[in-house]
Write a protein that binds this ligand. Sequence first.
Ligand code: TYM
Length: 380
Amino acid sequence: MTKVDPWADIQGKVDYDKLIKDFGTEKIDQKLMQRLEQHAKHKGLGLHHFLRRGIFFSHRDMKWILDEYEKGNKFYLYTGRGPSGDVHLGHLVPWMFTKWLQDVFDVELWFQMTDDEKFLFKADLSLEEANRLAYENALDVLAVGFDPKKTKIFVDTDYAATLYPLAIQIAKRLNFTTTKAVFGFSGETNVGAIFYTSMQSVPCILPSVLAKRNIPCLIPYAIDQDAHFRITRDILPKLGYYKPAAIHCRFLPPLTGPGKMSTTGSSKDSTIFVTDDAKTIRKKVMRWAFSGGKDTVEEHRKHGGNTDVDMAFQWLTYFEPDDEKLAYIKRQYESGELLSGELKQILVDTIVPIIDEHQKRREAARKVLPQVLLKDRRHS
Ligand code: TYM
C-alpha cells in the first residue's frame, strides 16, 4: 500500500480505512456528526460538506473535546504549514474546515509556520527563502477568513525564544529509536530533522503554558501529518499536559489520479496553486484531469462516464458544497448526457471563483497580518 507520512510522495489509491487501523484512530461516525451538526445549528450553520462526504473521516478524542466544550471548558485549534512554495488547493482543505470549526465553536486558532522544518528537509531551500515564504503563506492562511481577533500566527525561527525551551522539554523524552521507527530515519538523516517533531509538538502545549492551566487542543490536518502527533500524544501526559485531539481529512488527489496533490511530487505539474490565474487553471484542468469518460462520444452517450475515477468529478466533491447540484452533475455524467470536457469546464467554473476570491482576500490580509503575528524579534 502507498506509504503515508509527512514527506512521502503519495501516489496511487490510499486505503483510508486501513490507515484508521494502522494509525489507531477512530472513524467519524453518525453520532459524532450529529453532535457536530447540533453545535453548527446553534450558530446558524449546517454540517460542513467535508463531513457529509467523508472527506474529514477520522479523529482522535473528538468526543472528549465536545464533552469538555459542553461543560464550558473551551478548546483551541492548532494547525500549520511548512512553507516550501506557493499554497495549493489541497492545503486549503484542512484550513477551510478549520475556519468552519472556528465559526461553530468561536475558539482561538494557533497557526504554526515551520520554516525550520522546510529548511531541514529540503536540500535546495535556504532558510531565508523558507522564512520569506512563511510570511507569504501566512497571507493565504488569513485569506481563508479566520477571525483575526482569535487567530495567532507564528513562524518558528522568529518565535524560537518562546518555542525552544518547550521543544527541549519534549525532545528530552523522545529518543532516536522512536523517531527512526516512525519516520524511517537513517544514520544519514541530519540531526535537525530528527529533532523537528519536538517543534511541531510545542503548539499542543504553548497556550496552556502561557495561561498556566491545561487547555484542550484540537488539531485539524490531512492524515499525512499524523505521525508527528502520535509521538506528541505519547509524550505530553508524561509532562502533565492533555493529549491533543485531532480530526483528519483525506488528501485532495492530484488531477492525474488518486494520491496526494503536492508541490514536489511526481504529479507536481498538474498542481493548482492559489496564485494561478483563470487561464492557467483552465489549461491545467483540461490537460491533466484524468477522465472517467469513454473513448468516443458515441460510446460515452451510450454508457456514460465513471464518476469514481473521474478527477474533475472527484474534485467537485471537495469544492461544490451543494449536494443537489453535485448529485445532478453525477446523474448527468453517468447517463452520458454530460461529456468529459463539459464536466471539466464545470470544475473550472467552480474553482476559478474560489481562487479569485482567495486572491482578493489575500491582498486585504497584508494589513491584518501584523496584528496576528506572534514573534520574539522583529522580522526584517
Ligand atoms: P504542509 O505545508 O505540508 O501542509 C499544510 C496542511 O495541508 C495538508 N495537506 C493536504 N490536505 C489535503 N490535500 C492535500 N493534497 C494536502 N497536502 C497537504 C497537510 O496535512 C497540512 O495539514 N509539518 C506541516 C506543518 C505543520 C502542521 C502543524 C500541519 C506544523 N504544525 C499542525 C498540521 C497541523 C507541513 O509541512 O504541512
